[in-house]
Design a protein around this ligand. Sequence first.
Ligand SMILES: [Zn+2]
Length: 286
Amino acid sequence: MTKSGFPKILPGIFLVFTVIVVSGLTVHLFVSRHRGEAASVADPKARNREEPAPRPARGRLAVVIDDGGYDNRALDDFLRFPGPLAVSVLPGLPGSGEAAEKIRAAGKELLLHLPMEALGGEDPGPGAVLGGMDDETARKLVVSHIASLPGVVGANNHMGSRGTADPRLMSVVLGALKEKSMFFLDSRTTPSSVGRRVAESLGLPFLERGVFLDNETDKASIREALTRGKTLADTRGHAVMIGHVWCSELAEVLLEVYPELLDEGYRFYPLTELLQGDSPDDGAGN
Ligand SMILES: [Zn+2]
């Protein structure tokens, strides 16, 4: 029985085994296919489960270094910044032409740092636009400053706490910028500036300073100012942060924080790109 019965039931065992394996495989295939569909159709995010979570949207940052033309060795430290950067050069200084050349050669944006009359009798330096000038004198002065800095794309005011609050003078100054297809960055040295209002009335592309980076020049204060800039950018879509060429601590901090800011999802932009707006309904940017 043991020798003759065993072979007889062998095909039966084989059949049962085959049925179990085949149905098991069918169920497995169905479940995994179903899972795949669930992942790709019902829950698109699940497909990217292995990838890191997307970063929160960050505002755009721009850095402008003012008072170019005074110290061109200090300027070199800023031109080493790996991201986009603008440098604003004062006209008519012995070092102005060389500064402009270096900035262009480094692929950075060149601005005219237009000296304008300050409250309290502070001296804005040579070539300043003053409230007492008639329209034509002021216009010619601005146009000659622009001509002295080939490649300049925009202008911002140096000092000007009196000048930028003067609607007549600002119409003349910003009119000259418009004539030369430039934009105006209001340094906001006074809350009474009429820069935005006049620029809008002329249809002149306009930006304004969000934070000064080096009102206090120690590294901790500069980092705090950068944090305010980041917050402003996240709230408003972008932030223009202004520092000064004489602040060597700023040059160091900018190089230190650049990779950190990129890791956090921030990006630096040329001012001409900020002017293209933060979103489709943002117009020319603020
Ligand atoms: Zn300045």
